[in-house]
Design a protein around this ligand. Structure first.
Ligand code: AHM
Ligand code: MG
Length: 345
Protein backbone atom coordinates (compact mmCIF):
# COMPACT_ATOMS: atom_id res chain seq x y z
CA UNK A 1 0.00 0.00 0.00
CA UNK A 2 1.25 3.48 -0.93
CA UNK A 3 -0.07 4.93 2.33
CA UNK A 4 1.76 2.27 4.33
CA UNK A 5 4.97 2.90 2.44
CA UNK A 6 4.78 6.60 3.37
CA UNK A 7 4.34 5.78 7.02
CA UNK A 8 7.57 3.78 7.18
CA UNK A 9 9.64 5.42 4.44
CA UNK A 10 9.72 9.02 5.61
CA UNK A 11 10.66 11.71 3.11
CA UNK A 12 12.33 14.27 5.34
CA UNK A 13 13.22 17.68 3.94
CA UNK A 14 16.93 16.79 4.09
CA UNK A 15 16.44 13.57 2.15
CA UNK A 16 14.25 15.39 -0.37
CA UNK A 17 16.81 18.14 -1.02
CA UNK A 18 19.69 15.64 -1.15
CA UNK A 19 17.77 13.70 -3.85
CA UNK A 20 17.15 16.90 -5.77
CA UNK A 21 20.75 18.07 -5.56
CA UNK A 22 22.20 14.69 -6.54
CA UNK A 23 20.96 15.42 -10.07
CA UNK A 24 23.72 18.03 -10.32
CA UNK A 25 27.14 16.43 -10.52
CA UNK A 26 28.82 19.69 -9.41
CA UNK A 27 26.77 19.81 -6.21
CA UNK A 28 28.91 19.50 -3.10
CA UNK A 29 26.10 19.34 -0.59
CA UNK A 30 26.54 23.00 0.38
CA UNK A 31 22.91 23.84 -0.29
CA UNK A 32 21.74 20.92 1.85
CA UNK A 33 23.93 22.12 4.71
CA UNK A 34 22.64 25.69 4.37
CA UNK A 35 19.05 24.48 4.32
CA UNK A 36 19.62 22.36 7.43
CA UNK A 37 20.67 25.50 9.27
CA UNK A 38 17.59 27.37 8.08
CA UNK A 39 15.47 24.43 9.22
CA UNK A 40 17.11 24.57 12.64
CA UNK A 41 16.19 28.27 12.89
CA UNK A 42 12.59 27.46 11.93
CA UNK A 43 12.33 24.71 14.55
CA UNK A 44 13.67 27.03 17.23
CA UNK A 45 11.27 29.83 16.33
CA UNK A 46 8.40 27.34 16.15
CA UNK A 47 9.11 26.13 19.66
CA UNK A 48 9.46 29.71 20.98
CA UNK A 49 6.21 30.79 19.32
CA UNK A 50 4.40 27.79 20.80
CA UNK A 51 5.72 28.59 24.27
CA UNK A 52 5.17 32.35 24.04
CA UNK A 53 1.84 32.41 25.88
CA UNK A 54 3.14 30.01 28.49
CA UNK A 55 6.37 31.93 28.99
CA UNK A 56 4.39 34.89 30.25
CA UNK A 57 2.79 32.72 32.93
CA UNK A 58 6.12 31.22 33.90
CA UNK A 59 7.52 34.76 34.06
CA UNK A 60 4.90 35.65 36.67
CA UNK A 61 5.65 32.54 38.68
CA UNK A 62 9.30 33.50 38.39
CA UNK A 63 8.78 36.80 40.21
CA UNK A 64 7.30 34.97 43.17
CA UNK A 65 10.19 32.55 43.10
CA UNK A 66 12.76 35.30 42.98
CA UNK A 67 11.28 36.91 46.08
CA UNK A 68 11.58 33.60 47.83
CA UNK A 69 15.05 33.38 46.27
CA UNK A 70 14.58 29.79 45.23
CA UNK A 71 15.39 30.46 41.62
CA UNK A 72 18.58 31.74 40.07
CA UNK A 73 18.66 34.77 37.79
CA UNK A 74 19.45 32.43 35.01
CA UNK A 75 15.95 31.08 34.80
CA UNK A 76 13.90 34.19 35.38
CA UNK A 77 16.04 37.21 36.01
CA UNK A 78 16.66 38.35 32.49
CA UNK A 79 13.76 40.16 30.94
CA UNK A 80 12.25 38.13 28.15
CA UNK A 81 13.45 39.01 24.71
CA UNK A 82 10.84 39.95 22.20
CA UNK A 83 10.10 37.06 19.86
CA UNK A 84 11.07 38.93 16.70
CA UNK A 85 14.42 40.01 18.15
CA UNK A 86 15.09 36.49 19.44
CA UNK A 87 14.19 34.94 16.06
CA UNK A 88 16.52 37.32 14.26
CA UNK A 89 19.45 36.39 16.51
CA UNK A 90 18.78 32.70 16.09
CA UNK A 91 18.67 32.88 12.29
CA UNK A 92 21.79 35.02 12.01
CA UNK A 93 23.77 32.67 14.23
CA UNK A 94 22.47 29.58 12.42
CA UNK A 95 23.25 31.05 8.99
CA UNK A 96 26.73 32.29 9.87
CA UNK A 97 27.66 29.03 11.58
CA UNK A 98 26.61 27.03 8.52
CA UNK A 99 29.82 28.28 6.91
CA UNK A 100 27.91 28.54 3.63
CA UNK A 101 26.88 32.22 3.57
CA UNK A 102 28.71 35.42 2.71
CA UNK A 103 26.12 38.18 3.08
CA UNK A 104 22.84 38.31 5.00
CA UNK A 105 19.97 40.78 4.83
CA UNK A 106 17.39 40.70 7.61
CA UNK A 107 14.27 42.81 7.93
CA UNK A 108 15.31 43.43 11.54
CA UNK A 109 18.72 44.96 10.70
CA UNK A 110 19.21 48.25 8.93
CA UNK A 111 22.52 47.15 7.38
CA UNK A 112 23.44 43.97 5.57
CA UNK A 113 25.63 41.57 7.53
CA UNK A 114 28.92 40.67 5.86
CA UNK A 115 30.03 37.28 7.14
CA UNK A 116 33.59 37.14 8.48
CA UNK A 117 36.07 35.60 5.99
CA UNK A 118 36.76 32.40 7.94
CA UNK A 119 33.04 31.45 7.89
CA UNK A 120 32.22 32.41 4.31
CA UNK A 121 30.46 30.34 1.67
CA UNK A 122 28.76 31.03 -1.65
CA UNK A 123 25.20 31.82 -0.58
CA UNK A 124 23.48 35.13 0.19
CA UNK A 125 20.37 34.84 2.33
CA UNK A 126 17.67 37.53 2.60
CA UNK A 127 15.03 36.93 5.26
CA UNK A 128 12.28 38.21 7.48
CA UNK A 129 12.80 36.18 10.65
CA UNK A 130 9.31 36.71 12.07
CA UNK A 131 6.78 38.32 9.79
CA UNK A 132 3.30 39.38 10.84
CA UNK A 133 4.27 41.33 13.95
CA UNK A 134 0.73 42.54 14.61
CA UNK A 135 -0.34 38.91 15.06
CA UNK A 136 2.36 37.82 17.52
CA UNK A 137 0.63 38.69 20.78
CA UNK A 138 -2.75 37.17 19.92
CA UNK A 139 -1.55 33.75 18.80
CA UNK A 140 -2.51 34.10 15.13
CA UNK A 141 -0.27 32.48 12.49
CA UNK A 142 3.04 34.18 11.76
CA UNK A 143 6.03 33.06 9.74
CA UNK A 144 9.60 33.29 8.52
CA UNK A 145 10.31 34.18 4.87
CA UNK A 146 13.63 33.60 3.10
CA UNK A 147 15.25 33.91 -0.30
CA UNK A 148 18.65 32.61 -1.42
CA UNK A 149 21.07 33.94 -4.03
CA UNK A 150 24.39 32.38 -5.00
CA UNK A 151 27.61 34.18 -5.90
CA UNK A 152 29.76 32.63 -8.60
CA UNK A 153 33.28 33.32 -7.39
CA UNK A 154 34.74 34.24 -4.02
CA UNK A 155 35.06 38.00 -4.41
CA UNK A 156 34.68 40.26 -1.38
CA UNK A 157 30.87 40.28 -0.75
CA UNK A 158 29.08 43.58 -1.47
CA UNK A 159 25.50 44.85 -1.54
CA UNK A 160 25.50 44.28 -5.31
CA UNK A 161 25.39 40.54 -4.57
CA UNK A 162 21.92 40.87 -3.06
CA UNK A 163 20.56 43.84 -5.07
CA UNK A 164 19.63 41.35 -7.79
CA UNK A 165 16.27 40.74 -9.46
CA UNK A 166 14.20 38.03 -7.81
CA UNK A 167 14.41 35.78 -10.86
CA UNK A 168 18.10 35.25 -9.97
CA UNK A 169 17.24 33.55 -6.68
CA UNK A 170 18.24 29.89 -6.52
CA UNK A 171 15.68 29.07 -3.84
CA UNK A 172 13.01 30.64 -1.66
CA UNK A 173 10.57 29.57 0.98
CA UNK A 174 8.68 30.28 4.15
CA UNK A 175 7.86 28.57 7.40
CA UNK A 176 4.43 29.14 8.88
CA UNK A 177 3.94 28.86 12.62
CA UNK A 178 0.26 27.98 12.64
CA UNK A 179 -1.93 25.12 13.82
CA UNK A 180 1.00 23.09 12.57
CA UNK A 181 4.47 24.19 11.53
CA UNK A 182 4.74 24.09 7.74
CA UNK A 183 7.78 24.78 5.59
CA UNK A 184 7.21 25.51 1.91
CA UNK A 185 10.25 25.48 -0.38
CA UNK A 186 11.14 25.92 -4.02
CA UNK A 187 14.56 25.44 -5.55
CA UNK A 188 13.25 26.61 -8.91
CA UNK A 189 11.56 23.40 -10.02
CA UNK A 190 8.12 23.29 -8.45
CA UNK A 191 7.06 23.91 -4.87
CA UNK A 192 6.93 21.40 -2.02
CA UNK A 193 5.46 21.61 1.47
CA UNK A 194 6.79 19.89 4.60
CA UNK A 195 5.13 19.63 8.00
CA UNK A 196 7.06 19.42 11.24
CA UNK A 197 6.39 16.18 13.08
CA UNK A 198 7.06 17.38 16.64
CA UNK A 199 7.61 13.84 17.92
CA UNK A 200 10.43 13.32 15.40
CA UNK A 201 11.64 16.90 15.17
CA UNK A 202 11.70 16.46 11.39
CA UNK A 203 9.93 18.19 8.52
CA UNK A 204 8.15 15.50 6.47
CA UNK A 205 6.98 15.95 2.88
CA UNK A 206 3.22 16.38 3.15
CA UNK A 207 2.42 18.63 0.18
CA UNK A 208 4.36 17.33 -2.85
CA UNK A 209 4.39 19.47 -5.99
CA UNK A 210 1.99 22.24 -4.95
CA UNK A 211 0.16 23.74 -7.95
CA UNK A 212 -2.00 26.80 -7.38
CA UNK A 213 -5.51 26.51 -8.90
CA UNK A 214 -5.68 28.35 -12.25
CA UNK A 215 -8.49 30.55 -10.97
CA UNK A 216 -9.68 31.18 -7.42
CA UNK A 217 -12.74 32.23 -5.43
CA UNK A 218 -10.95 34.33 -2.81
CA UNK A 219 -9.34 37.79 -2.70
CA UNK A 220 -7.13 38.99 0.14
CA UNK A 221 -6.32 42.64 0.82
CA UNK A 222 -6.45 45.19 3.64
CA UNK A 223 -9.66 46.88 2.53
CA UNK A 224 -9.29 49.52 5.21
CA UNK A 225 -6.91 51.29 2.82
CA UNK A 226 -9.52 51.44 0.00
CA UNK A 227 -10.00 55.20 0.10
CA UNK A 228 -6.40 55.69 -1.02
CA UNK A 229 -6.26 52.98 -3.74
CA UNK A 230 -5.56 53.64 -7.41
CA UNK A 231 -8.18 52.98 -10.14
CA UNK A 232 -7.22 49.43 -11.22
CA UNK A 233 -6.98 48.09 -7.63
CA UNK A 234 -10.35 49.62 -6.75
CA UNK A 235 -11.91 48.24 -9.92
CA UNK A 236 -10.54 44.72 -9.35
CA UNK A 237 -11.91 44.57 -5.80
CA UNK A 238 -15.23 45.96 -7.03
CA UNK A 239 -15.33 43.14 -9.62
CA UNK A 240 -14.62 40.58 -6.87
CA UNK A 241 -17.68 41.79 -4.99
CA UNK A 242 -19.99 42.64 -7.88
CA UNK A 243 -18.91 40.48 -10.84
CA UNK A 244 -20.18 41.82 -14.15
CA UNK A 245 -20.07 38.50 -15.99
CA UNK A 246 -22.66 36.73 -13.83
CA UNK A 247 -20.04 34.67 -11.93
CA UNK A 248 -20.48 34.35 -8.14
CA UNK A 249 -18.88 37.01 -5.99
CA UNK A 250 -15.58 36.10 -4.32
CA UNK A 251 -14.91 35.61 -0.62
CA UNK A 252 -12.65 37.99 1.29
CA UNK A 253 -9.99 36.43 3.55
CA UNK A 254 -7.33 38.59 5.19
CA UNK A 255 -5.21 37.51 8.13
CA UNK A 256 -2.61 40.28 8.02
CA UNK A 257 0.28 37.78 8.12
CA UNK A 258 1.77 37.56 4.66
CA UNK A 259 2.92 33.98 5.18
CA UNK A 260 -0.55 32.78 6.20
CA UNK A 261 -2.33 34.77 3.49
CA UNK A 262 0.08 33.53 0.80
CA UNK A 263 -0.07 29.94 2.08
CA UNK A 264 -3.85 29.92 1.77
CA UNK A 265 -3.60 31.50 -1.68
CA UNK A 266 -1.15 28.79 -2.84
CA UNK A 267 -3.39 25.97 -1.63
CA UNK A 268 -6.87 27.35 -2.39
CA UNK A 269 -6.16 29.81 -5.21
CA UNK A 270 -7.26 33.42 -5.60
CA UNK A 271 -5.32 36.64 -5.10
CA UNK A 272 -3.27 38.28 -2.38
CA UNK A 273 -2.54 41.99 -2.76
CA UNK A 274 -0.66 44.72 -1.02
CA UNK A 275 -1.22 47.51 -3.52
CA UNK A 276 0.19 51.00 -3.70
CA UNK A 277 -1.97 53.72 -2.24
CA UNK A 278 -1.83 57.48 -2.06
CA UNK A 279 -0.20 57.38 1.35
CA UNK A 280 2.32 54.64 0.45
CA UNK A 281 3.07 54.83 -3.26
CA UNK A 282 5.34 51.76 -2.99
CA UNK A 283 2.92 49.75 -0.88
CA UNK A 284 4.17 48.23 2.36
CA UNK A 285 5.90 44.96 1.64
CA UNK A 286 9.66 44.68 1.19
CA UNK A 287 11.06 43.61 -2.15
CA UNK A 288 14.01 41.44 -1.12
CA UNK A 289 12.63 39.28 1.68
CA UNK A 290 8.84 39.48 1.25
CA UNK A 291 7.88 40.20 -2.38
CA UNK A 292 10.65 38.19 -4.09
CA UNK A 293 10.46 34.91 -2.16
CA UNK A 294 6.65 34.80 -2.36
CA UNK A 295 6.68 35.71 -6.07
CA UNK A 296 9.29 32.99 -6.69
CA UNK A 297 7.04 30.42 -4.98
CA UNK A 298 3.94 31.63 -6.86
CA UNK A 299 5.56 31.34 -10.27
CA UNK A 300 7.00 27.94 -9.43
CA UNK A 301 3.51 26.77 -8.45
CA UNK A 302 2.01 27.96 -11.75
CA UNK A 303 0.71 31.31 -10.55
CA UNK A 304 1.86 34.87 -11.25
CA UNK A 305 3.21 37.88 -9.36
CA UNK A 306 2.78 41.43 -10.69
CA UNK A 307 3.71 44.83 -9.27
CA UNK A 308 1.11 46.89 -11.12
CA UNK A 309 3.76 47.70 -13.72
CA UNK A 310 5.80 44.55 -14.36
CA UNK A 311 6.55 40.95 -13.44
CA UNK A 312 7.62 41.17 -9.78
CA UNK A 313 10.69 38.94 -10.23
CA UNK A 314 12.09 41.37 -12.84
CA UNK A 315 12.33 44.21 -10.30
CA UNK A 316 15.86 45.37 -9.56
CA UNK A 317 16.06 46.61 -5.96
CA UNK A 318 18.28 49.64 -5.40
CA UNK A 319 18.28 49.49 -1.58
CA UNK A 320 18.04 46.41 0.61
CA UNK A 321 14.82 47.54 2.33
CA UNK A 322 13.00 48.75 -0.83
CA UNK A 323 9.24 48.22 -0.99
CA UNK A 324 6.94 47.39 -3.87
CA UNK A 325 3.23 46.98 -4.49
CA UNK A 326 2.41 43.31 -5.10
CA UNK A 327 -0.45 41.32 -6.64
CA UNK A 328 0.08 37.58 -6.61
CA UNK A 329 -1.95 34.41 -6.97
CA UNK A 330 -3.83 32.28 -9.50
CA UNK A 331 -2.75 32.69 -13.12
CA UNK A 332 -6.12 33.80 -14.49
CA UNK A 333 -6.90 36.15 -11.61
CA UNK A 334 -3.58 37.98 -12.00
CA UNK A 335 -4.23 38.21 -15.77
CA UNK A 336 -7.42 40.10 -14.88
CA UNK A 337 -5.47 42.55 -12.72
CA UNK A 338 -2.82 43.01 -15.43
CA UNK A 339 -5.56 43.81 -17.96
CA UNK A 340 -7.00 46.49 -15.65
CA UNK A 341 -3.57 48.12 -15.30
CA UNK A 342 -2.97 47.90 -19.06
CA UNK A 343 -6.34 49.58 -19.72
CA UNK A 344 -5.37 52.40 -17.38
CA UNK A 345 -2.43 53.06 -19.70
P1 AHM B 1 5.59 43.38 9.57
O1 AHM B 1 6.91 43.11 8.90
O2 AHM B 1 5.58 44.59 10.44
O3 AHM B 1 5.07 42.16 10.26
O4 AHM B 1 4.59 43.75 8.38
C1 AHM B 1 4.40 42.85 7.33
C2 AHM B 1 2.99 42.36 7.37
C3 AHM B 1 2.69 41.26 6.40
O5 AHM B 1 2.87 40.00 6.98
C4 AHM B 1 1.26 41.49 6.05
O6 AHM B 1 0.96 41.03 4.75
C5 AHM B 1 1.13 42.98 6.13
O7 AHM B 1 2.15 43.41 7.00
C6 AHM B 1 -0.18 43.42 6.69
O8 AHM B 1 -0.20 44.81 6.74
P2 AHM B 1 -1.49 45.65 7.18
O9 AHM B 1 -1.59 45.48 8.64
O10 AHM B 1 -1.18 47.05 6.76
O11 AHM B 1 -2.66 45.09 6.44
MG1 MG C 1 7.83 41.68 7.63
Amino acid sequence: HAADAHRTDLMTITRFVLNEQSKYPESRGDFTILLNHIVLGCKFVCSSVNKAGLAKLIGLAGEINIQASTCSNECFGEEQKKLDVLSNEVFIKALVSSGRTCILVSEEDEDAIIVEPSKRGRYCVVFDPLDGSSNIDCGVSIGTIFGIYMVKDDHEPTLADVLQPGKQMVAAGYCMYGSSCTLVLSTGKGVNGFTLDPSLGEFILTHPDIRIPKKGKIYSVNEGNAKNWDGPTAKYVENCKFPKDGSPSKSLRYIGSMVADVHRTLLYGGTFMYPADKKSPSGKLRVLYEVFPMSFLMENAGGQAFTGKQRALDLVPTKIHDRSPIFLGSYDDIEEIKALYAAEG
